[in-house]
Write a protein that binds this ligand. Structure first.
Ligand SMILES: O=C(O)CCC(=O)C(=O)O
Ligand SMILES: [Fe+2]
Length: 176
């Protein structure tokens, strides 16, 4: 909530909107185990995707490299730092911020010698909320690029799809 609050402040967004959406929102956790792979060039640990949530807080549990983010078309490795957490922006944040914060596409590669472990905590809004651009950020100069959809439907749609880059966000886009 503290991180989300700072992000809302940076956007000059109505803080009440963030509180309403995210306080006591859904949190889920995934533990990822990537065993060593004899042919790492022919395999992927976790396929490219953006997270569907608002913010992901990720712990890389050991020193094995694997997490990469897509920046200007290139895959950039994110080296694990001891006692550090990675905070990733997810699709809900891109939607709520009216496109000002972009969710980050990422993937995990595998290693021929060493196993790798990570724990991701996904922070979303409350299940009975409707996801859409924050009303305080919509104006004639910045019209809403995304639709409003109940979180439950948004998540059902996400889990029904294969992970594929940022394709899930297309489902939310308004085409003019
Ligand atoms: O293992 C990692 O570093 C990435 C995990 C991840 O992207 C996820 O669980 O959504
Ligand atoms: Fe992820």
């Amino acid at each position: 909530m503290a991180i989300l609050g700072y992000m809302a402040k940076a956007l000059k967004m109505d803080i009440e909107e963030i509180r309403e959406l995210f306080s006591e929102g859904i949190q889920s956790m995934r533990m990822n185990y990537y065993p060593p792979c004899p042919q790492p060039d022919r395999a992927i640990g976790l396929t490219p995707h953006s997270d569907a949530d608002a913010l992901t807080i990720l712990l890389q549990l050991n020193e094995t490299e694997g997490l990469q983010i897509r920046k200007e078309g290139n895959w950039v490795p994110i080296k694990p730092l001891p006692n550090a957490l990675v905070v990733n922006i997810g699709d809900i944040m891109e939607i709520v911020s009216n496109g000002d914060y972009r969710s980050i596409e990422h993937r995990a590669t595998v290693n021929s010698e060493e196993e790798r472990l990570s724990i991701a905590t996904f922070c979303s809004s409350k299940l009975d909320t409707v996801i859409g651009p924050a009303p305080s950020l919509i104006s004639p100069n910045s019209p809403a690029p995304f639709r409003r959809v109940p979180l439950e439907m948004y998540l059902k749609e996400f889990f029904a799809r294969k992970l594929n880059g940022k394709a899930h966000l297309d489902f939310m886009k308004v085409y003019r």
